[in-house]
Structure formats: structure tokens, C-alpha cells
Design a protein around this ligand. Structure first.
Ligand code: 9MR
Length: 484
């Protein structure tokens, strides 16, 4: 895998809106800006959040009792992957007998701290339950389907994403030979179709390593499969590039091309298991820069907290040393994330090459992707001011998604929709399953109109509830809006 990445400034402006009334506000104008857009964040998670991204780590349940470990993890990250605890051998040790104790330990630890969770992984040639080894053909296929259904039912509505299929390609770009592959070439799409039906709210990802170099055969093999899936309507929302730079593999110069090429197929991309031999600062900075340069690169996860926690600890590949101290690579990543910013300031011009939102009305929400607040300029500051939302024209209704602090926050993967069809219908929030991020405008009657590709408001968070709190993003008092 080769060196460095070529930067392209990430758009801080969302694409203009199409038609479709979504919501009516009691307030007059609506704008969305980032708080403290110019302030450098001091943790990885906060720095990534400035551009609407997450920064995550893999967590081992067995280490959570180590206070140095859990303190760093709790402070720095806002996305968590279970390093081993949600894999098939852990979750279904005997046929039909599921065990979620370790997975739930991680899930609970993360969500109690307001973090989101990526599920890893449902179907993989490795870390299979021992009883799978006695199966083949349709029997193994059914076991895989049952496993996906069983695990996804347990975590239904709770996770940000699932790595549905992991590492299914060989280095030469063909399918990896495995017992799952031997059940038929359609095993991957069956896994994804099963997963979508099991939990329509979670993003479904394909995850692999050595797919960072655009010209590498394996990258092209995976790309061809994703393109095929998208063209045939096989449900897939994201591609995870593990980004293990080790053993002669290093940051390729075309990494950003790889990310943007996958993204152009209509999927999110994420760096899911990052570690770099001896924590090369240039490689860490370069891989971070490549992600922030690609709008649909939604986040970065490092594969462990301290070097001593790594699956390849002898290579010291992570951002904290064995004593829990920040390494030079930590600062290189933080600096790139901070320089990416992402605060959406409606008064600043959009970067060249991007499409600005409609101008002149003073009544628009901008920055749904990169901002995380919905602001209502000139509106009442009174807590309890009501927001009324209209039906989103027949889209599937969804579940609430609020942050642990009961704040509606804006992000690139969730949407706000209204159940029912009438003015005043109850409002629900749901996953847009990989829709392009959106922007909303408000017309002169105070109706939000024209959210692109689905007429939804993007949000993210955890938990269910019935109230949305909308922060004022200009340093004013918080504004709470009940939905009706
Ligand atoms: O980090 C994981 C390590 O603790 C396990 O022993 C190993 C077993 O296969 O899996 C490691 O995580 C892998 C991940 O699940 C998939 N991509 C490669 C990771 C590193 O091997």
C-alpha cells in the first residue's frame, strides 16, 4: 500500500434542496451554525465532531476495569467498536444459544457515555463458532442467516452500523475461499438482505483490509462488488476500510481517491481499524486528511487505545503509549481534525467547487452535515416553544433518536420524519440509511421545504424519546422545542 493523500477541502455547505414540505415551525427563520466553530477541540472525538464525523476506538471488555484505559477511552472517543465481543464465536457459542454479555458490557459502557457503537461483525471466515465447522452448503447458509437474525434482533435500533460481512476478498481481487464462500457466491448479498430486514435502522457495511490502495486488485474487487450491489438494489450503506498499515503496507498516495471512489457509488466510507507501524505521524496525518477531504468519509476508528492494548503491540501502532501518554501521532491527528473544522457559518462563503445553499432569504438551515445544532435566529428564546412537523410524504416511519442529553443533534446518517400525514402528526426520527446529507430551507410561511434526497432532517444520537431540544448555536440560551 503506497504513500500520502491529495487533499480536497471538505464542503461545509450542503447541497441545495428539492421540493417537499416537511415541517412547520412556530419560529420565523431557521439557520444552523456550529458553536465555537473556530475553537480548537482538545479531544479526538470533539475535534472530529466539528466536521460532523466521529472518532472511535476498538474496546476490549476485559480492559474496561483498567482505569487508565477507560479514562482515556471515555475522554477521547465518541464511537466504539467491540474488538471481539460481538463476533460470531462470542455471540452464538452454541446453535441458537446467544450470549451478549460481553457485547452488552461494551454497548452499555459506550452508550452510558453518550457514545455510539459500531457492530463488528456478523459473517466472517474467522472467529466462527466451533459448531459452524460441522456445517456446509445450505446448512451453513441457514446458520449464517439465523445468526444474523439472532444478533441483530438483540441490538435492533441500538447500533450506528454493523459490519455485516468482514474480509470476504482475497488479495488478488477474487472472493476469499472460505466455508461461507463455498455456500455460493451470493452469500454476501444474502447476508446484507437478511441484515436489512432484521434491522432497517442500522447502517450496513462491508469491511476489509488492504483495500486502501485504489490500484490494488483487492480494492478493485471490492469496488466492483459494491457497484454491483448498488446497481441491483442489494442493501448496503457503507464500506469500512480497516486501514491497518503494517507489514510493508503504508498509506497509499491514492487513498483519498479510493475513499471518494467508493463514496461516489452512494455509500458512506469509514476508516474502521486504523493502526500504523510505529505510529508514523505523516501516515496518521495523511489518512486523517484523506478522510476529512471526502464528505462521505463519516469517521475514523483506531484499533485500540494504548500500544499495549493493540493486537500487534510490538509495533507500537496506536495514538497512546503503554503508559497512556499521548504520542506525536495523536497530535498530528488532532491537528488535522481541528484544521478541518467544519463549523458551518452561513456568513462565510462556501469553498470553491461546492454548491452554496439558496441565498437572500435569511431563512435557511445550513450545515446539516457538519453542524450539529438547529438554530432559530430571531425566534423566541423561551424553552418549550413548539415545533410542528409535517409528514415526509410517505417515507417509512421511524424511531426517535436523541442524544443521551436529550438533544437533537444533526449528523449525516439520521433523519427526522413525521409519522402520519397531517399537520401536527407525531414526529419520529429515523435512519436515512446512507442517503446523501441534506439541507433544509424555510419558506416565508415558516415551513421547512426541500430537503434533498428524501426530505429529512439528519440527526444522530442514541435512545428513544419524545422531545427534541434544539440548541441555540450562537451562544444564546438554549432553546427547547417540543414536537407535536
Ligand atoms: O484485534 C482482534 C484480536 O484481539 C483478535 O485476536 C483477532 C482474531 O481474529 O481479531 C482482531 O481484530 C481483527 C478484526 O476483527 C478484523 N480485522 C483484523 C483485526 C486484527 O486482526
Amino acid at each position: 500500500m503506497a504513500p500520502s493523500s491529495s487533499p480536497r477541502r471538505r464542503s461545509r455547505w450542503l447541497r441545495p434542496l428539492l421540493g417537499g414540505a416537511v415541517a412547520a415551525l412556530t419560529a420565523v427563520g431557521v439557520g444552523l451554525v456550529m458553536p465555537d466553530a473556530n475553537a480548537a477541540a482538545s479531544t479526538l472525538g470533539a475535534a472530529a465532531a466539528q466536521s460532523g464525523r466521529y472518532f472511535g476506538t476498538a474496546i476490549a471488555a476485559s480492559r474496561l476495569g483498567d482505569s487508565t484505559y477507560s479514562t482515556i477511552a471515555g475522554r477521547e472517543f465518541n464511537m466504539i467498536t467491540a474488538e471481539n465481543e460481538m463476533k460470531p464465536d462470542a455471540t452464538e457459542p452454541q446453535r441458537g444459544v446467544f450470549n451478549f454479555s460481553a457485547g452488552d458490557q461494551i454497548y452499555n459502557w459506550a452508550t452510558q457515555r453518550g457514545m455510539r457503537v459500531r457492530g463488528h461483525t456478523l459473517a466472517w471466515h474467522a472467529q466462527q463458532p466451533s459448531w459452524w465447522s460441522g456445517l456446509s452448503g445450505s446448512g451453513l447458509r441457514q446458520a449464517m442467516i439465523d445468526h444474523i437474525n439472532g444478533v441483530m434482533a438483540h441490538y435492533k435500533g441500538k447500533l450506528y452500523a454493523w459490519d455485516v460481512v468482514n474480509e470476504a476478498f482475497a488479495e488478488n481481487g477474487s472472493r476469499r475461499s472460505s466455508n461461507l464462500q463455498n455456500t455460493g457466491n451470493d452469500w454476501i448479498e444474502v447476508a446484507f438482505r437478511t441484515a436489512r430486514a432484521a434491522d432497517p435502522s442500522v447502517k450496513l457495511c462491508y469491511n476489509d483490509y488492504n483495500i486502501e490502495n485504489w490500484t490494488y486488485a483487492k480494492t478493485q474487487g471490492v469496488y466492483t462488488m459494491i457497484r454491483d450491489f448498488k446497481s441491483r438494489g442489494v442493501p448496503i450503506d457503507c464500506v469500512g476500510l480497516q486501514t491497518h498499515f503494517t507489514g510493508g503496507s503504508s498509506l497509499p498516495g491514492n487513498f483519498q481517491t479510493t475513499l471518494s471512489s467508493f463514496a461516489a457509488l452512494g455509500v458512506d466510507v469509514a476508516l474502521t481499524e486504523v493502526d500504523v507501524t510505529n505510529s508514523s505521524t505523516s501516515q496518521y496525518a495523511g489518512l486523517t486528511q484523506a478522510c476529512v477531504n471526502v464528505p462521505r468519509c463519516v469517521g475514523i476508528t483506531v484499533w485500540g487505545v494504548r500500544d499495549s492494548d493493540s493486537w500487534r503491540s510490538s509495533e507500537s501502532p496506536l495514538l497512546f503509549d503503554g503508559g497512556g501518554n499521548k504520542k506525536a501521532a495523536y497530535n498530528s491527528v488532532l491537528n488535522v481534525l481541528n484544521s478541518a473544522g467544519g463549523g458551518t457559518d452561513p456568513t462565510s462563503p462556501p469553498p470553491s467547487g461546492t454548491t452554496p445553499p439558496p441565498s437572500g432569504t435569511g431563512q435557511r438551515i445550513v450545515g446539516a452535515q457538519s453542524g450539529r445544532c438547529v438554530d432559530v435566529p430571531n425566534a423566541s428564546q423561551t424553552s418549550g416553544t413548539r415545533v410542528q412537523l409535517y409528514d415526509c410524504n410517505g417515507q417509512t416511519n421511524q424511531a426517535w433518536t436523541l442524544t443521551s442529553s436529550r438533544t437533537l443533534t444533526v449528523y449525516g446518517s439520521m433523519c427526522l420524519d413525521a409519522a402520519g400525514s397531517g399537520n401536527g402528526s407525531a414526529v419520529q426520527i429515523y435512519s436515512c440509511n446512507g442517503q446523501a446529507n441534506q439541507q433544509w430551507t424555510v419558506n416565508s410561511s415558516g415551513t421547512i421545504t426541500g430537503v434533498q434526497s428524501g426530505r429529512c432532517l439528519d440527526v444522530w444520537g442514541t435512545g428513544n424519546g419524545q422531545q427534541v431540544q434544539i440548541y441555540d448555536c450562537n451562544g444564546q440560551a438554549n432553546q427547547r422545542f417540543s414536537l407535536s
